[in-house]
Ligand binder design. Structure first.
Ligand SMILES: Cc1cc2nc3c(=O)[nH]c(=O)nc-3n(C[C@H](O)[C@H](O)[C@H](O)COP(=O)(O)O)c2cc1C
Length: 273
């Protein structure tokens, strides 16, 4: 199942953008959505001097980036303060962009905004639409909800035209997600996990089975067109899921997989010898 992270670019406990994100998350049927709260990723005010004295970035900035890295898709609703990002979002974004300039890893993104005003946060939406692609955002759909207090009541959008527009937007997002569908082929001795688009294999991880219960992953390859989207990690996840379901131990002779297993030794302990 596709993993989606959704969050409002706000730290307000009663954030209207969080309400919109939560409503949208419920429309993403058949996906595994986690709604994040920026209050759980508190970081100090960014300064190059602090970054220098810390010799790096705060752990919460790393944790937030990990959430993006592990997701198949991203839903964001931008709150607008004085025509731009909220301070809390800008601050976290600045820190995270120092760790990874390609902050959004080319994952399909549904980008939204709402505000209490009639423009529905279109200024900040425009800023984000212009800027995020420079950080490897793959914005596949956008939506703005104007006059939140009039159009959103009891946890849902009450204007049917706006609601239909959001439904269409969600459909576009869902369609974009299926690009990352991983397939598998298998016989008794070997197999592969792969991604194919229009008959062309764009990513592949191959393995052999060895007695009594090992799956030796020997090679991972990602086409240049799919680079930077975390595809290699997705293939690893697929292999781990398969190994768990079939009580197999993974032996990574592929250097990429070996490095992932080394870095995430705790997570993969149950499928490691
Ligand atoms: C400091 C500040 C500046 C704001 N500036 C704008 C603005 O430029 N445009 C707008 O539509 N709403 C503006 N608002 C109203 C916000 O849209 C409203 O507070 C909204 O609830 C923010 O989203 P959130 O609840 O998700 O944090 C501003 C609110 C604050 C507190």
């Amino acid at each position: 199942m596709k993993k989606i992270i959704a969050f409002a670019a706000s730290n307000s406990k009663s954030s209207i953008n969080k309400q919109l994100v939560t409503y949208t998350a419920n429309m993403l049927v058949g996906t595994d959505v986690t709604v994040l709260d920026l209050n759980n990723y508190d970081v100090p005010l960014f300064s190059v001097d602090l970054e220098h004295s810390m010799a790096g970035q705060p752990i919460n900035a790393h944790k937030f980036l990990d959430k993006i890295r592990e997701a198949d898709g991203i839903v964001i609703s931008m709150a607008e303060h004085n025509g731009a990002y909220t301070a809390v979002f800008k601050n976290l974004f600045d820190w995270v962009s120092r760790i990874e300039k390609n902050t959004f890893f080319n994952k399909p993104m549904l980008l939204m905004a709402t505000s209490t005003g009639v423009r529905g946060g279109q200024s900040v939406l425009g800023i984000a639409k212009d800027r995020f692609p420079r950080h490897a955002a793959n914005i596949v759909a956008t939506f703005s909800l104007p006059s939140f207090s009039d159009n959103f009541k009891d946890g849902k959008i009450v204007d049917s035209t706006l609601n239909d527009t959001l439904k269409e937007t969600v459909k576009e997002f869902i369609n974009a997600l299926s690009i990352m569908d991983i397939q598998q082929e298998n016989d008794n001795s070997k197999g592969s996990f792969y991604i194919e688009r229009e008959g062309v294999r764009l990513a592949q991880m191959t393995y052999t089975f060895e007695a009594p219960n090992s799956m030796v992953i020997d090679h991972t390859e990602v086409d240049a067109r799919m680079k930077g989207q975390g595809v290699g990690y997705k293939l690893v996840d697929a292999a781990v899921e398969y190994a768990r379901a079939h009580a197999l131990i993974i032996v990574p002779t592929c250097t990429f997989v070996a490095s992932v297993f080394k870095r995430k030794a705790e997570i993969y302990a149950d499928v490691t010898a």
